[in-house]
Design a binder for this molecule. Structure first.
Ligand SMILES: Nc1ncnc2c1ncn2[C@@H]1O[C@H](COP(=O)(O)OP(=O)(O)OP(=O)(O)O)[C@@H](O)[C@H]1O
Length: 272
């Protein structure tokens, strides 16, 4: 396999994140069937599909929020299957959620710092309780959190309450909190949901900038097709829990199975 780094083709490397033949059932519903994915260094991968296609389930499996019924998740060849989300975070896998999950009463900085604490783990938090190194450790956390707030353009409002922020800023704060875990792979679940066109355009620039500056790998679930086509080098398409296509944006646009999946959904909606 070949990975794209900074526009150049690089020889194969162990994937930073790999899902192998992932299947997840909920009672009688199979949300995802035999789904595989690899993400290499510096890749920006899009994951698209009609409503209910299994995208969020795939993210939940790849970040340890859900355990697979079958299949495996690995990071740089190391098994993560069955481990807790904190252990995925410590392995360098971070995510945002479709529904914003901030601490509304805490400040913007404290919310970002919470991401950093998650990566470093409970043992590290315990050392903060009274040991001489505690103040230095807390400074470290705040420094990392402040850096990530600057990355997403929220540095000026670090002391504001998260719950008081406009919606678009809350979405950016979610990204800053995920970045504060210092991830190798960042999974963004519908980051543009609920944004107006100008907020979405700014978000595209922000994600492209982060990807360029931080050199992290990103997997992006998004309904806004223009956003996905603009940002991603490779796109996977799910339909009814199955991977139906994978390739460059131009190939995906021309793919008959993809067109049918989306048209089918529209027709179903029209007749509903
Ligand atoms: N906890 C659950 N219990 C039962 N069924 C579930 C559960 N989570 C997901 N499903 C079902 O699995 C299928 C895939 O859902 P999923 O949320 O992964 O799709 P999606 O592609 O993210 O959809 P959307 O674009 O609408 O967010 C759907 O049929 C959904 O109803």
């Amino acid at each position: 396999m070949i990975f794209l780094i900074g526009g150049c083709l690089q020889p194969s490397a162990t994937p930073l994140l790999e899902g192998r033949s992932l299947t997840r059932r909920f009672g009688g519903v199979t949300a995802l069937t035999d789904y595989s994915v690899t993400v290499g260094p510096g890749e920006l991968l899009g994951l698209i599909g009609p409503n209910g296609a299994g995208k969020t389930t795939a993210f939940n499996l790849l970040t340890g929020v859900l355990k697979p019924t079958d299949g495996q998740v690995l990071s740089e060849g190391v098994q993560l299957t069955g481990k807790k989300p904190e252990e995925y975070a410590r392995a360098g896998i971070a995510r945002t959620f479709q529904n914003i999950r901030l601490f509304p009463e805490l400040s913007v900085l404290e919310n970002a710092a919470a991401g950093c604490a998650m990566r470093r783990g409970p043992g590290w938090l315990a050392t903060m309780a009274g040991l001489p190194s505690a103040a230095r450790a807390e400074n470290d956390i705040h420094e990392i959190a402040a850096r990530q707030l600057a990355e997403v353009g929220l540095a000026d409002i670090a002391d504001h309450k998260a719950g008081s922020l406009p919606y678009g800023h809350q979405r950016k704060l979610e990204i800053a909190r995920a970045l504060a875990t210092e991830p190798k792979v960042l999974l963004l679940d519908e980051p543009a949901a609920g944004m107006n066109p100008s907020e979405t355009a700014a978000l595209v620039d922000m994600i492209a900038g982060l990807h360029e500056r931080l050199k992290i790998s990103i997997i992006l679930v998004e309904h806004d097709m223009r956003l996905v086509m603009r940002l991603c080098q490779r796109i996977q398409v799910l339909d009814r829990g199955k991977l139906i296509a994978e390739g460059a944006p131009a190939d995906i646009r021309a793919n008959e199975a993809v067109v049918t999946a989306y048209l089918g959904t529209r027709r179903e909606r029209a007749h509903a």
